[in-house]
Design a protein. Structure first.
Length: 277
């Protein structure tokens, strides 16, 4: 069964592409027709592509991998923040920090700076500063929080990128391509699908459209996370079954060693007794 259906997508306006004159010819396989000068996306292909992407995303989540969600356009920002947070994934909804992937260590340094400021606040160092210094540091912390707060837990490069509007986020796509990080993307009729590993042909300008596609993807990821949790519980339960066995073995070995030591001591004592006689 598909994760999204035709009517759902139709209602959310996923089928609306851009004006014919703005189209990218590489999107031709995903275009159903043209109506009133606007390209209409083939929703049957969208359904198939959502299912394909969702399955891969589910497996990534199950393996404990991180997927970075990217959407800096106004219509998609809040939806992406909410959906990504619901599955515990990092996201970028403010300006994409150039070199975020290709120069990841520098970004990590900036995140560490945020942690240092927090530490200063907790250990009282912050209270010893002058009013001016406090203001400067507070402003710096707020700025860092705005751009990097949502990726504070990203300690290594993400395993994949999910991008809303691959044309607007071309820098993020280019960085991921350069590093061989797979890119999942909502691709509209005016965009180039060639640099996207998992193309989801869809209207990337409507909030409802973004919501319905992301809803299906994050639901799949949630399933993956639940399966991962269940497997962990099973593994722990199996481990607990093994633990008493290991304990019994250790106790038996200890007992045997004690008995051996006692026997050895008795032999030594006998030897001494005989020598004294």
């Amino acid at each position: 069964m598909s994760r999204v259906n035709f009517d759902q997508l139709l209602e959310a306006g996923v089928h609306f592409g851009h004006l014919k004159r703005k189209w990218n010819p590489a999107m031709a396989p995903y275009i159903f027709m043209e109506r009133n000068g606007i390209h209409i996306i083939d929703l049957y292909k969208t359904v198939a592509k959502v299912d394909e992407a969702a399955e891969v995303m589910k497996n990534l989540a199950k393996q404990g991998k991180k997927v970075l969600f990217v959407a800096t356009k106004k219509q998609a920002k809040q939806v992406v923040a909410d959906k990504a947070a619901s599955v515990g994934m990092p996201y970028v909804i403010e300006r994409w920090p150039g070199g975020m992937l290709t120069n990841f260590p520098t970004i990590r340094k900036a995140i560490k700076k945020m942690a240092t400021i927090d530490k200063m606040t907790k250990d009282g160092t912050f209270d010893n500063l002058s009013k001016r210094e406090k203001l400067q540091i507070t402003r710096q912390r707020a700025k860092l929080e705005k751009t990097l707060g949502s990726i504070a837990d990203l300690t290594r490069l993400p395993s994949a990128l999910f991008v809303v509007d691959v044309m607007k986020e071309h820098i993020a796509v280019r960085e991921a391509n350069r590093l061989g990080i797979p890119v999942f993307g909502m691709v509209d009729t005016n965009s180039d699908p060639n640099n996207i590993d998992y193309v989801i042909p869809a209207n990337d300008d409507a909030t409802k459209s973004v919501e319905v596609i992301l809803g299906a993807i994050c639901e799949a990821m949630n399933e993956g996370l639940e399966e991962r949790k269940a497997e962990k519980v099973d593994a722990e339960a199996a481990g607990e079954g093994e633990a008493p066995k290991r304990e019994r073995k250790a106790k038996a070995a200890k007992r045997n060693k004690k008995e051996d030591d006692e026997a050895l001591n008795a032999n030594v004592a006998d030897k001494f007794a005989k020598e004294e006689e």
